[in-house]
Write a protein that binds this ligand. Structure first.
Ligand code: H76
Length: 479
């Protein structure tokens, strides 16, 4: 009997890792279609650079380009749509739009002040629009005339920002739009041999710009691609795989978002076999997975991004045109993302003068104040695996489970259900003060509200103990 058990345990040990791999497949390996440009891995990347990306958890987005100058208004008409898309809403021809470059002179721009603001907000990384759809480059690219170098301001804004953020210990990620409204060779689709030739030139131009960015700013940690949804790019999945490989060869450890990628069949983000391409999923833009129904997202790395008004990334003069989220709502979205194993990036759209609008400064301050006191439940934290309760969210860092309470129950008791085999031994506030815990049934607890109401949202840290499983007991008995 004992011998049989030994064999079983040994077999588990040997084959365990194989099964773990297979468990990540959606189809049996032999039923998968063979792809040349599909996912290059099953499951999460586990190296130090990916771990840093994940542990950062909170980031800021910066959308800054020519669109900041009109700020949503063209020829006296105010457009409600996203300000960085104004060229499209107002049907402005590219050459006319690009004359905005003559007015690009952000006198108040101070990279060090931007970096201090980010540091104070508690963000660990900043994603900067190196080039948005309009084609204007925040660095002096030698492959186009539409860059900061050709404006009255002249200076390399991207270079100043990379240095200033890095000096504050903040990672820099590059946003890069493949779709480029300024380039005559860009194509939405490939319908003729001429399109093919033009688009081949365009892809070479894009490769050159990306190599230029990787060479000029080697501390960049991540590329976040956008504007990759057109048929022209879906028909050239090989090129997206090539870009990922090229950047990874130039910058070991760099991370790449799934939005860049299309496979052999033009399938985007997830390949034809359902496997994530790139290093993390980047489809949660202005939305988040449902905390009960969408737990599948905890199987891969992902990063969400959000605007503060409903849909303004670039600077828009009139924020009264849509609902503007409160700092509390922004905070809840940050916690929501981390509770499901994701990152959250909060967007800023600086003014044309180089300063931030007052609402964004206030938001950054409010988030920073909360993060300073409560950051332990965000940085380095992950999905806890516990059933969500109405009072808020759980996150987890190794043996500590954090409760982040947004809705205080009138009863004063916070109900907690632990997974099978997990016991709560102690509950404390982040200042170390203990709060009461009562076991009400097997795997069910009431955690007390703190004696002095801290206001919402507040955090309770649970210390937990794992009851030994039967398999563990057998393993110990065998050694
Ligand atoms: C659509 C679209 C773009 N993707 C967001 C991240 C913004 O850059 C928006 O303009």
């Amino acid at each position: 009997m004992n011998k049989l058990l030994t064999t079983a345990v040994l077999a588990l040990g040997i084959f365990g890792s194989v099964y773990a791999q297979d468990a990540k497949r959606l189809l049996p390996a032999e039923q998968e279609v063979s792809l040349k440009y599909g996912a290059d891995r099953l499951g999460k990347r586990q190296d130090a650079d990916m771990k840093k990306f994940r542990d950062n958890r909170l980031g800021a987005f910066i959308h800054w380009g020519l669109y900041a100058i009109p700020g949503g208004e063209w020829n006296g008409k105010m457009y409600n749509g996203a300000a960085e898309w104004l060229k499209a809403w107002a049907k402005v021809p590219a050459d006319e739009w690009l004359t905005l470059m003559d007015r690009w002179n952000p006198k108040k721009f101070d990279a060090k002040a931007w970096a201090k603001m980010a540091k104070k907000m508690g963000v660990k990384y900043v994603k900067i629009t190196t080039k948005h759809h309009e084609g204007f480059c925040l660095w002096p690219s030698k492959y186009t005339q539409y860059t900061v170098a050709q404006t009255p301001y002249k200076k390399d804004i991207l270079g100043e920002l990379v240095k200033a953020y890095n000096d504050e210990g903040i990672d820099v990620h590059f946003y890069f739009s493949v779709m480029d409204w300024s380039h005559p060779d860009y194509r939405y689709d490939i319908k003729s041999p001429e399109d093919e030739v033009a688009f081949a030139r365009f892809l070479e131009f894009t490769d050159n710009q990306l190599k230029e960015l990787a060479t000029r700013y080697p501390t960049v940690k991540d590329f976040w691609f956008d504007g990759t949804w057109d048929a022209s790019i879906k028909k050239n999945g090989w090129w997206t795989a090539h870009v990922e490989q090229m950047l990874k060869e130039m910058l070991p450890g760099v991370t790449i978002n799934s939005r860049l990628r299309a496979d052999d069949n033009g399938k985007r983000h997830f390949d034809s076999n359902g496997h994530l391409m790139g290093d993390y999923e980047s489809g949660y833009e202005r939305r988040l997975p449902d905390p009960v129904k969408d737990l599948k997202v905890t199987r891969w790395d992902w990063e969400a991004c959000m605007t503060v008004p409903e849909n303004q990334w670039g600077y828009h003069k009139d924020w009264s045109l849509s609902y503007v989220k409160t700092p509390l709502e922004v905070l809840e979205r940050i916690v929501h993302a981390v509770s499901m194993g994701g990152n959250m990036v909060v967007n800023f759209g600086p003014q044309p003068d180089g300063d931030f609008r007052p609402e964004e400064k206030e938001l950054a301050d409010a988030i920073g104040k909360w993060m300073k006191e409560n950051g332990a439940c965000i940085y380095g934290c992950d999905y806890a695996g516990w059933d969500k309760q109405a009072w808020g969210y759980y996150t987890r860092k190794e043996k500590d489970v954090y409760m982040i309470v947004f809705n205080q129950p009138y009863s004063g008791h916070l109900m907690v259900k632990t997974p099978k085999g997990i016991k709560i031994t102690k509950a404390v506030l982040l200042n170390g003060k203990e709060v009461g815990v009562e076991e009400t049934a097997r795997n069910e607890y009431n955690v007390d509200m703190p004696a002095k109401n801290p206001g919402a949202p507040f955090v309770i840290k649970l210390q937990v103990e794992e009851e030994k499983s039967t398999t563990d007991k057998y393993r110990e008995a065998l050694t």
